[in-house]
Design a protein around this ligand. Structure first.
Ligand code: FAD
Length: 394
C-alpha cells in the first residue's frame, strides 16, 4: 500500500488524508498541536466551491448544523451610511452564498470525518525537517520521531516547515494589516440572518454578524507598518482597549459590540504568499496556506485548501509516480490559486484606511455605484464555479 505522511491537521491535511485513504493509500496525519482546540482561531467564510469538497467528504451537513448562512454583505461608511449590499458568492445565486463558521468547528468537522474514514492522527508531532533518501521521503519531528513514506504532503499552514525543503527562499509577504476579533453578546442587537456587515471605520475596518441566538461574531483589520506592530500589546485587555479607542467614532453598533466583548483577544499579522516558484520537490509537495496563503479578504483560504486536497489526492490516485502526480496537481491549481490571492490583495487595498477627508468623501460617493453593479456582476463567478468530479481521471 502506498503511504503519504500528511503534515498539518488543519483543513487541507485531514481532507487529503481522507481522500487518499479512499484511493487505497495509508495517509496518517501529523499535527503539531498537542490536542485539537475547538475554539482556536476566529471564524471564517466557507464558499460554495469549498462546500462541494466537504460534500464529497460527507461532512457538509454537519458543518452547516453550526453555520451562519451569509449570502449577502452590507457595506457601510464610517458615518453610518449604507454604501450597498453585494453577494457573498456568485451573482444572483443566494443559495450558493458563503457560510460563516468558527474556524475550530471547521477543523473539528473535517478531522472527525477523516477519523471516521480510518485516518490516524498523531498530535504533538511538530515537523522540523523533510528530506529524501533511498527513494523515500523522510519527515523528522521535534520529538525525534522519524517517519518514512512514498510522499510527504506539507499542509502545515502559512508558516510551513515543509516549505523550507520545497522552496527555501520563499517568505510570506506582510499585507499591511493586523487581524483580530472576538465574540460578544450585545443586549438588544437583532440577528442578521443571511447577512454580514462591513464598516469602513475612520481608523480601522470592522466586520460583524449576529447569529440567531444573539452571539455576535466580529473582526477588525487594522493598518500596520510592520507585522510586529502589535507585539507590544501582550494582554487581551490591551487589544480591546486599543480597538475601543480606534472605533470610538464609528457608527452603532460597532462601539457597543466592542464594549460588550469579554472574550480574550489576540492580534495576528496577516500574510500572503503570492507565488511559490515550485509547489513540490521530488517526493515532497505543499498544499493549502503552505503554498498560497491568502488574506481573509476574499473568504477563500479554507475553500482553496479543500480544493487542493481534492485535486492532489486525485492526481496521486491516477498518476504513476509522485513527480507526475505533483506536476498534474500544480498545473491544475497554480493559476487559479494565484488569481484568488491577487483578488484578495485587491480587496485588502480598499481596507487600508483613507486618512484624507477628500479620499473618504470620494470613496463614499463612488462605492455605491460600483456596489450597485456588483450585485449582478458575474465576473467573479469563476471563483465559485470550480467543480471537479472525483470519479473523472486526473
Ligand atoms: C490563527 C489563525 C486564524 C485564522 N483566522 C481566519 C479567519 O478568521 N478567516 C479566514 O478566512 N481565514 C483565517 N485563517 C486562515 C484559514 O484558516 C486558512 O486559509 C485555512 O485554514 C487554510 O487551511 P490549511 O490546512 O492550509 O492551513 P491551517 O488550517 O492553518 O492548518 C495548518 C495546520 O498545520 C499545523 N502545523 C503548523 N506547523 C506545523 C508543523 N511544523 N508540524 C506539524 N503541524 C504543523 C497547524 O497547527 C495547523 O493545524 C486563519 C489562520 C490562522 C493560523
Amino acid at each position: 500500500m502506498p503511504k503519504a505522511v500528511v503534515v498539518g491537521g488543519g483543513v487541507a491535511g485531514p481532507a487529503v488524508a481522507q481522500l487518499l485513504t479512499r484511493a487505497g493509500w495509508e495517509a496518517p496525519v501529523f499535527e503539531a498541536r498537542e490536542t485539537p482546540d475547538s475554539f482556536e482561531g476566529l471564524f471564517l467564510n466557507v464558499a460554495v466551491n469549498g462546500r462541494r469538497v466537504l460534500r464529497e467528504l460527507g461532512v457538509e451537513e454537519r458543518l452547516l448544523s453550526d453555520a451562519h448562512p451569509a449570502p449577502s454583505m452590507a457595506m457601510w461608511s464610517g458615518r453610518g451610511k449604507q454604501l450597498g449590499v453585494v453577494p457573498n458568492g456568485p451573482a444572483g445565486r443566494p443559495a450558493d452564498g458563503g457560510v460563516v463558521v468558527r474556524r475550530g468547528w471547521l477543523h473539528d468537522v473535517i478531522r472527525e470525518g477523516a477519523e471516521n474514514a480510518g485516518v490516524r492522527f498523531e498530535h504533538g508531532r511538530r515537523l522540523v525537517s523533510v528530506d529524501e533518501r533511498d527513494g523515500l521521503a523522510v519527515a523528522t519531528f521535534a520529538d525525534g520521531h522519524v517517519e518514512e513514506a512514498d510522499v510527504v504532503i506539507g499542509a502545515d499552514g502559512v508558516g510551513s516547515a515543509a516549505r523550507a525543503y520545497v522552496a527555501p527562499d520563499v517568505r510570506p509577504t506582510f499585507t499591511g494589516l493586523l487581524g483580530t476579533g472576538g465574540f460578544a453578546s450585545v443586549p438588544g442587537l437583532a440577528p442578521t440572518p443571511g447577512l454580514q456587515h462591513f464598516v469602513f471605520g475612520a481608523r480601522s475596518f470592522f466586520g460583524y454578524l449576529v447569529r440567531d441566538d444573539g452571539t455576535v461574531y466580529w473582526f477588525a483589520n487594522l493598518p500596520a507598518d510592520s507585522p510586529d506592530a502589535g507585539d507590544s500589546l501582550t494582554a487581551g485587555e490591551q487589544w480591546i482597549a486599543m480597538l475601543r479607542d480606534l472605533h470610538s467614532d464609528d457608527p452603532a453598533p460597532v462601539p457597543g459590540i466592542l464594549a460588550s466583548t469579554t472574550t480574550a483577544l489576540r492580534g495576528y499579522p496577516i500574510f500572503r504568499l503570492p507565488s511559490v516558484p515550485s509547489w513540490s520537490r521530488g517526493r515532497v509537495v505543499l498544499a493549502g496556506d503552505a503554498v498560497h496563503a491568502t488574506s481573509p479578504s476574499a473568504g477563500q483560504g479554507a475553500s482553496l485548501a479543500l480544493e487542493d486536497a481534492f485535486v492532489l489526492a486525485r492526481a496521486l490516485r491516477d498518476r504513476k509516480t509522485p513527480e507526475a502526480a505533483f506536476a498534474t496537481y500544480e498545473e491544475a491549481r497554480r493559476q487559479r490559486a494565484e488569481a484568488v490571492v491577487a483578488c484578495a490583495a485587491g480587496i485588502d487595498k480598499q481596507k487600508r484606511v483613507t486618512k484624507s477627508r477628500i479620499g473618504v468623501a470620494l470613496r463614499d460617493a463612488m462605492l455605491p455605484m460600483f456596489l450597485r453593479r456588483a450585485g449582478s456582476d458575474a465576473r467573479h463567478d469563476w471563483i465559485y464555479d470550480y467543480d471537479v468530479p472525483w470519479e473523472a481521471r486526473a
